[in-house]
Ligand binder design. Sequence first.
Ligand code: 13P
Ligand code: ZN
Ligand code: NA
Length: 281
Amino acid sequence: MLVNTKEILIHAKENKYAVPAFNVENMEMMQAVIEAATELRSPVILQTTPSTLRYASPEFFCGMATFASKKADVPIAMHLDHGDSYELAVKCLAAGYSSAMYDGSKHEFDENAAVTKKVVDLAKFFDVHVEGELGRVGGKEDDLVVEHAKYTDPDEAVEFVKVTGVSSLAVAIGTVHGVYKEEPNLNFEILEEIQKKVSVPLVLHGTSGVDDEDVKKAISLGICKVNYATDLRQAFTKEVSKYMLEEKNPLDPKKYLALGRQSVKEYCKNKILVCGSNNRY
Ligand code: 13P
Ligand code: ZN
Ligand code: NA
């Protein structure tokens, strides 16, 4: 069965590690993540963005994840990443997602909080955990482009968690979605302050391209969920492109998709070790 993210994130928080959350876009990426987690005995969160859910339906992704979770003996959650509307949350929860994010960070505080609370209230019927976001993570995630990043304000974060009832909070501390144009520069002081004031598990977005040591430091300061997306796409696509260039008559999708899958699996195993989530179950 797919697990609720609340318990696995609390377990991570209490034991000072983070659960890795990997964005998947097809069956092969999902298999890669699950194989990596199973081999290293790590809890894991599979997640899909709105644009991925326009590529294939929530039922499709959730169907695969549910099947895989029945066989796996580590906790697996299926999470809506950067949900951009109440309606999409309804769709995913009805399809069986075990976790959801509503990202209203582009809105002003009041509107963000109001819709987030609505999603939290809805999710209660499904016994599902909701991640909110306050502050703005910069960069490009699929078709979501944020030009003006904004650090999370620690006092606002306290208020936001209180009024919305979210079970985890995505914070903006200087990471950027997608590929970094400049060196990533994380603001650990802000993270420390947020952690002191906010009791729910904190989430790091935009982690592709961030130095592993910085990720570990962020985890020591309260990050309990670490999101990786762009790197998985790169790992997958690089192997497929290589095959296409080298092979004279490429034909069988299984041949190149398996190469992409293997590469994503290796990547995920590395990041599980960075998150310290191995051998937890
Ligand atoms: P990256 O694409 O930078 O890894 O960001 C992942 C993310 O935050 C998914 O929500
Ligand atoms: Zn993100
Ligand atoms: Na990034």
